[in-house]
Design a protein around this ligand. Structure first.
Ligand code: BTN
Length: 320
């Protein structure tokens, strides 16, 4: 973590009390001039910092620009030493997170305002233009984990963050599609790297893509009917740093929640509806009956058979 973050953390801790330039300089081992320069840099990144001669500085508002120090400030202390990067444009935040973990990071977060090669489930592309928010976080789980439940925890985390902050109620189409106003407004791609010697998961990457506003050029023809966006007009209080931090914090709570599946079922877009999917070479149709304790979708097939679909195996369509 850099001095920018340490300075923000000190200002945040002081809340409404002024912090003198000298105190900051002594604490961070910087000159007064370096503190002044750092304050100006933070201001130019959109932080509102009040300064009064002979009294010092107060942090009156955090930035609304996607900012790595602001993300660190809003996340839990377990991210204080995480590798965090933000980009105007990146290849794919999941791929960048993977690179960091392969280099030995323990925890990382990458966020981007556009992706050139956004990746979706089952090898698909994820359209990632401007007006969206794309991010991934990665960590090394200490306990055995159930892979299918990670995507479920991530979906609930997004749902809760939008409900709590903007009163927006999404639904989740098993297993990774975020639905709002009957359109897909986001997707989740969880990936895991296995340690072949131990057979355990070495690290997990959870990537989330959100269509925040209508893309400038709209959606391409093949997505027009299914893709949507979350806000017609961005609310004044919209802050990508707070949104990402809340989703990530929710996730680490939900993965320990014994009632995760029950909560997820309440938001399900496809339970009770007809579903269509392809397995191997064959097409299937049936009714989505349930989501079981392993996070599998239980489908009552038209031929009378019941089938449990596991995460990663198929892509379920609600309409033909
Ligand atoms: C899907 O709908 O199939 C899943 C889409 C997941 C997209 C997100 S955007 C952030 C992260 N980086 C990627 O390349 N993919 C995920």
């Amino acid at each position: 973590m850099g001095t920018g973050f340490l300075l923000l953390k000190k200002l945040r801790e002081e809340k409404d009390n002024f912090l003198s330039g000298q105190e900051i300089a002594d604490d961070l081992g910087l000159s007064r001039n370096a503190v002044w320069k750092m304050i100006n840099t933070l201001k130019s990144r959109g932080f509102s910092i009040e300064s009064i001669p002979r009294k010092g500085y107060i942090l009156s508002a955090i930035t609304k620009e996607l900012d790595k120090d602001c993300l660190r400030l809003e996340l839990t202390s377990s991210f204080e030493n995480a590798k965090i990067d933000v980009y105007e444009k990146s290849i794919s935040t999941n791929s960048l997170c993977k690179e960091k973990m392969d280099k030995g990071e323990d925890i990382s977060l990458v966020a981007s305002l556009m992706q050139e090669n956004g990746r979706g489930r089952v090898g698909r592309k994820f359209y990632s233009p401007k007006n969206g928010l794309y991010f991934s976080f990665s960590y090394r789980p200490s306990d055995r984990i159930d892979n299918s439940l990670l995507t479920i925890a991530a979906g609930l985390s997004v749902y809760k963050a939008f409900l709590d902050n903007y009163g927006i109620e999404m639904q989740i189409k098993w297993v990774n599609d975020l639905i709002y106003r009957d359109k897909k407004v986001g997707g989740i791609l969880t990936e895991a790297s296995m340690n072949l010697e131990t057979g355990l998961v070495d690290y997990v990457i959870c990537g989330i893509g959100l269509n925040i506003e209508n893309p400038d050029q709209g959606f391409p023809d093949d997505l027009k009917d299914i893709a949507g966006y979350i806000f017609d007009k961005l609310p004044d209080k919209f802050n990508p740093n707070i949104l990402i931090a809340e989703i990530v914090k929710n996730y680490f709570t939900y993965i320990k929640d014994p009632n995760l599946i029950e909560k997820y079922k309440n938001l399900s877009y496809n339970l009770g509806k007809r579903v269509y999917f392809t397995r191997g070479e064959k097409d299937y149709e049936g009714y989505a009956l349930d989501i079981n304790e392993r996070g599998e979708l239980v489908v009552d097939l038209d031929n009378g058979d019941k089938i449990n679909l596991s995460f990663g195996e198929v892509s379920v369509r609600s309409k033909k």
